[in-house]
Design a protein around this ligand. Sequence first.
Ligand code: PLP
Length: 499
Amino acid sequence: MIYHSTRDISREVAASEAITRGISPEGGLFVPKALPKIDGQRLAALSKMTYIERAVNILAEFLPEFSGEELRAGVEAAYTGKFGGESSGVVTPISRLDEKTYVLELWHGPTCAFKDMALQLLPHLLTLSAERFAGGKQIAILTATSGDTGKAALEGFKDVPGTRIMVFYPKDGVSEMQRLQMITQEGANVAVCGVDGNFDDAQTAVKRIFTDTELGKRLEKNNMMFSSANSINWGRLVPQICYYVSAYCDLVAQGELKPGEKLNVCVPTGNFGNILAAYYARHMGLPVNKLICASNINNVLTDFIRTGVYDRRREFMTTSSPSMDILISSNLERLLFELLDKDDAAVRGLMERLAKEGVYDVGEAAAKKLAAEFYAGCCDEAETAATIKAAFDEYSYMCDTHTAVGLCVARRYAKETGDTTKTLVASTASPYKFPSSILRALTGEASNLDEFRQAERLAELTNTEPPESLRDLERKPVRFAENRGREELREYVTEQLGI
Ligand SMILES: *Cc1c(COP(=O)(O)O)cnc(C)c1O
């Protein structure tokens, strides 16, 4: 399989190069030249397999450079015993809320967010890729995070030989649990730094470091190279395709869907990575009807999908679903590339307009395709809280704030359109990552207890257990208390790498 860049299709690379680099040197993102296909027969075969076998089967087509044994070893190391508890062995369980609504729980991994699905596997893919593409260079991973990527990347890459990882988070833009998870991170090759600014500022600063040619040369001299653990890296997206295919197989195996029956997929969205994986699964042939894109009040994607105009010139809001507080959704570039029939010059033009003017218009033909495939909706803070309460009251189901945004928009979609297709809502984090927001939604009042005591109250109230990894945070020493201005990240990186 060949990959090319969204901003220069003449730049063709193998998967190992796409994954090692993370981003193309001219700023584009790597995408597969053609997608593998899934038909009914293949789905039937996949349905009989375990999650690990399904993932190996799908990854093999996207990553043909790696042997079956290499892939299997990576996938087993990533998912065995790390998800859903030792005993259950179910990596991505599905909860049925009613006869039309299913919740795909993607957060049973070590850091309690769906990012683990990709970031437990990425280090294996990156190590294999770097062996082939970067022969012995040390890989320096830079990651901007809106809350969950940082911890999941740190946990995936800690003490992985041949790698260093640095994580930048918006200092006032993450939940207390998310912050504690990062600043207490263990491992000899890790560093974490708060940034004065929001996620977009951190992400833009990191992207600038990646394309800084002077710095690139300095790394080269020191036998190092940069890579990214953000979802701009193809190695982040491809593991996510697997869980949509697997969820469909599970629903068929459980008799909830007839083979070939269409399913809507609703995804609470920030950087457009998770929903893009569902889009790729649909284009591979998975029977997906509508892709439902759910946003919080940072609703730049809602407007884009409804109008074809992307306009980031609006106030950045801090919400109770911080991992979706994003106005520049990086992975949208990959969708634009497909909508514009792989016209790299057109993508380049739109991305330049976005950088210079903060707005672009995809044009009528692309907007039509967008509307045919996607539905978009957004949900404010009061609606998010009301959805958490309603899910608990009606279904005894406790969900986190991000998942609530998804459930709220999935409901609105069904009501507005009358579509009766069954809907799978991606659940992206454990509610225990956001105990104060969930407790307030359920009880109707703010608590002045600390986060850990609130988690305990939540446990009593809902008769559930907080994940051990979150409970343990209270006792862990802080290792990374530092904050920097967004102009100082380059310096931080050179200091950390000693170059
Ligand atoms: C990252 C994240 C999202 C958004 O996912 P994208 O792939 O960036 O769209 C949603 N919910 C949670 C809990 C997340 O951590």
